[in-house]
Ligand binder design. Structure first.
Ligand SMILES: Cc1cc2nc3c(=O)[nH]c(=O)nc-3n(C[C@H](O)[C@H](O)[C@H](O)COP(=O)(O)OP(=O)(O)OC[C@H]3O[C@@H](n4cnc5c(N)ncnc54)[C@H](O)[C@@H]3O)c2cc1C
Length: 295
């Protein structure tokens, strides 16, 4: 039986390191993505994951990218899958497409409407990610992961989120990957709420490297909830100096990683927007520190 991602998460000698990519729009982009994955090889990523789009065209790109990664690299892979905008029959075909590509790990998600607004289940579709877990598990020997939300899902509250995460585990999910967050305390509190309900699956911390000032607006901006004030203030201090901003962002996110690992996170999944340099820098620092601590 090949090793699954869950087996790797159980090995406690080092946290897992993984990277999320979105599917490029053309062949040149796919080859660039393969080059990015190869450039990350010295850091030995435990797996990469590929997101799944909200429209038919972007879903096709997911399978093209996954096919190329499976064909041209040896890295383990999680394929994301959503139910938004699709009938149950279309979702079954997507699961079969993953099966044909030899994908054994699926991140089962609901997805959001492509143009924003509230989610409405397809007339002949599934209603929640929990339904999707059951469908995926009924169709093959898949290891299924799910999303978790340290700052709460926008349509929910923290307690309901924890109960839904437990329902996902009971439906067959074996690991979770968190949404990005900037306060290690939010991640630790999510894990605590989940464990208090009896949940046992590992929750990997989702990490977004910050390198450009526009990201402050995107994450802290109008909704104002995601980025703690002190974190944001430290970034704003250097917002006019590109190099200083990048250095500060990397320092702050490296510290966030140290804090979540100290809080017991079994792994870090980086949301790279398909760029790997900042991720490699952060991970390089963490690994160097771990090596010094172990010597
Ligand atoms: C790591 C990660 C990767 C992601 N990758 C993608 C991707 O590739 N493509 C993409 O389109 N999106 C992706 N997303 C975004 C995700 O699809 C959205 O956040 C979506 O709004 C929620 O998905 P979910 O799987 O948590 O859905 P659900 O678990 O179905 O939850 C959605 C909402 O419904 C509520 N709910 C669910 N079940 C019940 C119930 N039984 N009773 C009452 N309320 C309920 C929940 O509280 C929540 O508010 C990703 C998110 C994360 C964290």
């Amino acid at each position: 039986m090949p090793e699954t991602i869950v087996d790797r998460l159980r090995e406690t000698d080092r946290p897992t390191f993984s990277v999320e990519f979105f599917p490029p729009s053309d062949d040149a982009g796919v080859q660039q993505l393969i080059a990015t994955i190869e450039a990350l090889q010295p850091l030995e990523p435990d797996w990469v994951s590929v997101t799944y789009g909200a429209t038919g065209a972007s879903r096709y790109k997911t399978f093209a990218a996954v096919g190329a990664i499976r064909g041209q690299t040896a890295v383990s892979l999680i394929g994301h899958l959503t139910i938004a905008g699709q009938s149950a029959a279309e979702v079954v075909r997507a699961i079969q497409a993953y099966q044909r590509l030899g994908v054994t790990h699926i991140l089962a998600l609901r997805g959001d409407p492509p143009a924003g607004g509230s989610f409405r289940a397809h007339r002949e579709g599934l209603r929640t990610a929990t339904d999707l877990i059951r469908l995926v598990k009924s169709l093959g020997d898949f290891t299924v992961g799910v999303a978790a939300f340290p700052d709460g899902h926008p349509e929910s509250d923290l307690e309901l989120d924890a109960r839904i995460l437990l329902a996902k585990e009971q439906a067959g999910a074996e690991f979770a990957i968190s949404q990005l967050f900037f306060d290690a305390g939010s991640y630790a509190a999510l894990v605590e709420r989940f464990r208090a309900l009896g949940g046992t699956m590992p929750i990997i911390a989702g990490i977004m490297p910050i390198t450009v000032p526009g990201q402050i607006e995107r994450f802290a901006g109008l909704s104002g909830s995601r980025m703690p004030a002190a974190f944001e203030a430290q970034l704003r201090e250097v917002a006019d100096d590109k190099a200083a901003f990048r250095a500060r962002g990397i320092d702050l996110v490296t510290q966030l990683c140290r804090d979540v690992l100290a809080a017991g996170a079994p792994g870090l999944q980086f949301f790279t927007l398909n760029r790997s340099t900042a991720t490699a820098e952060i991970l390089g620092r963490l690994r160097a520190e771990a090596a010094v601590a172990a010597s």
